[in-house]
Design a protein around this ligand. Structure first.
Ligand code: SAM
Length: 278
């Protein structure tokens, strides 16, 4: 996969030389090319921002350097007519999920446009929406100082899905959120040696060697954990993907969570006395 990143801080992407992604690059699975946006400015100060129309605080990134940079990347296509998919990180984008990571992993070429300031003049996405299937994506409901960290998150999530990047390709299918049996599920707890550490024991089933029973235990743990920690996800589980045991575990987990919540509601807020009930 080819990945181009245009930014005013190309040095921000040094972590892409490390670990799995670094290895994928050196093995030619991932071809990452960094570009300095300021190389497409034409004034002595290499200006990339200007005041916002309509007033307000902050600055907005100018459309001209972005368009020139994006056009230059498109022009560097190695195959006649090939176009990258343009990904623009923004808090107002569609949520980046494992499903979107899989969608991007199927693309041969991604082009990232991480902004600074208040973002990029909206006409840039408009200009490339059709041609580059421009996609505005958010990595979560919070505001970063710039899009570079979002690009690192997205590239890491996508790159580990590329064939040959992970040592054991099966681990992708067992991951939290993986389409299939793990869709809308969180992975349960994991353990390694020693079997007892500081008095904490590894669940005995994991030492039993019974593969089917272990798989069942893992599934139970994933179902319980998802209900406890992410009830929003658990509520989206597709009933057609659940067997009888799944449904039993889920019912029990929902009962436990509702019981706990009801208990919490009865408790007075911290620091307050329970009013006397006559
Ligand atoms: N004023 C903008 C808003 O409220 O939507 C936030 C601008 S933010 C300071 C600058 C840049 O950081 C954004 O244009 C985007 O590239 C990036 N960014 C910030 N939060 C992000 C998020 N949650 N997901 C993806 N990118 C984000």
């Amino acid at each position: 996969m080819r990945v181009d990143i245009i930014s005013i801080f190309p040095e921000y992407f040094a972590p892409l030389d490390v670990s799995l992604i670094g290895k994928a690059r050196s093995r030619g699975i991932l071809d990452i090319r960094l570009h300095q946006l300021r190389d497409w400015t034409h004034d002595v100060h290499r200006t990339v921002d200007d005041t916002p129309y309509g007033g307000g605080p902050g600055m907005v990134m100018k459309p001209e350097p972005w368009a020139e940079a994006i056009d230059a990347v498109i022009a560097s296509a190695e195959t006649e007519g090939a176009m990258p998919r343009l990904v623009v990180p923004t808090p107002s984008g569609r949520p980046f999920t494992q499903k979107v990571a899989l969608e991007y992993a199927r693309e041969p070429w991604l082009l990232f446009a991480p902004a600074r300031y208040e973002g990029i003049d909206a006409r840039v996405v408009e200009e490339y929406r059709e041609r580059l299937r421009a996609d505005e994506v958010s990595i979560g409901d919070y505001v970063l100082a710039g899009g570079e960290a979002a690009v690192l998150v997205i590239v890491e999530a996508v790159a580990r899905l590329l064939p040959g990047v992970l040592g054991n390709a099966c681990s992708v299918a067992d991951d939290s959120f993986a389409p299939g049996a793990m869709e809308n599920l969180l992975e349960g707890p994991v353990y390694t040696k020693p079997p007892v550490w500081r008095g904490h024991e590894v669940p005995p089933i994991l030492l039993s060697g019974h593969h089917a029973a272990i798989a069942r235990w893992r599934r139970d743990q994933a179902l319980r954990r998802t209900v406890e920690r992410r009830p929003d996800l658990a509520a989206r589980l597709d009933p057609d993907t659940l067997d009888r045991r799944d449904r039993e575990v889920l019912e029990e987990a929902w009962r436990a969570v509702r019981g706990e919540r009801a208990g919490e509601e009865e408790e007075p807020p911290a620091g307050e006395e329970r009013p006397d009930v006559a």
